[in-house]
Design a protein around this ligand. Structure first.
Ligand code: SF4
Length: 347
C-alpha cells in the first residue's frame, strides 16, 4: 500500500508547535479541516479485547509488567475471545483489536485458530493484533491466517530514552525492526508514543515524528503518560493533557491520511478528553469489549475509565459523546485511506 504523503515541516516549526500551549486552537482548526477533507465527520470504532494481562516484560511505566505482584492475572480462553468478538460484531463493530501482554501461553497455533474462527464467523471484520514483539515468521503466519493490522508503539525514537523506559533485556533496535517487518509483510501498521513519559524532551518528540515519517504507519496512537502506582515510575507526574491534544493536531497535519485514535488514556486524564481528541484531529475510538470481570485487572495506569460498563453501554455512551463533539460513528472496517501519487488524491 502506498501512503507516501507525510507533510514536511522543519524542526524549528515543530519545536514551536510542540512547546507552545497557546497554539492548541490554531493547530486544531488546521487539523480538523484536513481530517474533514479526507475522512469527513466519520469516526471509526474498534472493539478492544484485552485478552491477557500476563507479560514477560518489565517496561518501567506499565502496570501489568511481569514484576508487579499486586494485580490479579488473567487469560481469556479461545472460546471467550471468540464469543467477545461475536458480541462486538453484533454491536456493530467491524474491527476487533486483540491486545495483551507478551504472554507465551498464546502460541501461533492458538492465534491462528482464533483469527480463522473470527474471520470464519465474520468475513467482513478486520482483525487488529497488538501482541508485542514476535518473530518475522510468527507475524507472517498470523497475517496469512487473516490478521489485517498490527499495533506496536515504538514509544520513543531516542535510544538513551528507550533504555530509561525499558530494562536492558529489551531492545531498541528489535522494536524498530519489528515495525518494519510488519510493514513488509503487509499489515496496516500502527506506531505511536506516550506524551510526557519520564525523561522525554521536545527534541525526542521531534525524533519520534521523524521516525514515523520514515515508517509511514497507517495508524498512530498517542496518549498522555499516566502513572501507575505499582511501577518504578510511581513518583513521576502524568503527561500534559493540552500537549497531547496539540500533538494529535500536529500528527493530523503531518500525516493527513492516518487513522489516529482518541485514546482511553486521554479520556482518563480529562472527562471530555476523547471528544476533545476528535476535535483536535483524531478519527478513531477504541472502546473496551473485554468482559467486565477482567477489565480492572488490565491496569496499565491508574484510574482507567470504562472498567464497569458492559460493552453495549460503552457503545451507547460513545454514540452520544461523538455526536455532541460534531462527528458520527460509522459501522465500517475503517481501513486507512491511501494516497495516489499520480492523481495526488486519497483513494
Ligand atoms: S508495556 Fe506491553 S510489553 Fe511492556 S510490560 Fe506492559 S504489556 Fe508488557
Amino acid at each position: 500500500m502506498e501512503l507516501k504523503n507525510t507533510k514536511y515541516y522543519d524542526d524549528q516549526t515543530l519545536k514551536r508547535w510542540i512547546g507552545d500551549d497557546s497554539l492548541n486552537d490554531e493547530l486544531a482548526t488546521r487539523a480538523n479541516k484536513i481530517r474533514r477533507e479526507i475522512y469527513g465527520d466519520k469516526v471509526y470504532v474498534r472493539g478492544l479485547i484485552e485478552f491477557s494481562n500476563i507479560c514477560k516484560n518489565n517496561c518501567y511505566y506499565c502496570g501489568i509488567r511481569g514484576a508487579n505482584k499486586n494485580i490479579a492475572r488473567y487469560r481469556l480462553s479461545t472460546e471467550e475471545i471468540i464469543a467477545t468478538a461475536d458480541l462486538g460484531y453484533d454491536l456493530g463493530y467491524r474491527t476487533i483489536v486483540l491486545q495483551g501482554g507478551e504472554d507465551a501461553y498464546y502460541t501461533d497455533d492458538i492465534f491462528v485458530s482464533i483469527i480463522e474462527e473470527i474471520k470464519g464467523h465474520h468475513p467482513d471484520i478486520a482483525i487488529t493484533l497488538s501482541l508485542g514483539e514476535r518473530s518475522y515468521e510468527s507475524y507472517k503466519r498470523l497475517y496469512i491466517a487473516g490478521a489485517d493490522r498490527y499495533l506496536l508503539r515504538e514509544e520513543t525514537s531516542d535510544k538513551d530514552h528507550y533504555y530509561k523506559l525499558h530494562p536492558r533485556d529489551m531492545s531498541f533496535e528489535a522494536r524498530r525492526k519489528a515495525l518494519f517487518n510488519l510493514k513488509e509483510i503487509g499489515y496496516q501498521v500502527g506506531g505511536g508514543f506516550m506524551v510526557g513519559s519520564p525523561y522525554q524532551t521536545d527534541d525526542m518528540i521531534i525524533k519520534d515524528l521523524r521516525f514515523l515519517q520514515e515508517l509511514e504507519p497507517a495508524m498512530i496512537g498517542i496518549g498522555p503518560y499516566l502513572t501507575q502506582h505499582d511501577t518504578p515510575f510511581r513518583d513521576f507526574s502524568n503527561g500534559s493533557y493540552r500537549k497531547t491534544l496539540r500533538l494529535i493536531s500536529i500528527l493530523r497535519i503531518l500525516f493527513p491520511y492516518a487513522l489516529i485514535p482518541s485514546t482511553t488514556s486521554l479520556g482518563t486524564i480529562d472527562p471530555r478528553g476523547r471528544e476533545e481528541g476528535l476535535k483536535a484531529g483524531a478519527n478513531v475510538l477504541m472502546p473496551n469489549l473485554s468482559p467486565t470481570s477482567v477489565r480492572e485487572s488490565y491496569a496499565l495506569y491508574d484510574n482507567k475509565i470504562c472498567t464497569g460498563e458492559e460493552a453495549a453501554e460503552c457503545r451507547a455512551c460513545l454514540e452520544v459523546r461523538v455526536k455532541n463533539a460534531g462527528f458520527r460513528i460509522v459501522s465500517a472496517r475503517g481501513d486507512v485511506i491511501s494516497y495516489n501519487k499520480e492523481t495526488r488524491r486519497y483513494n
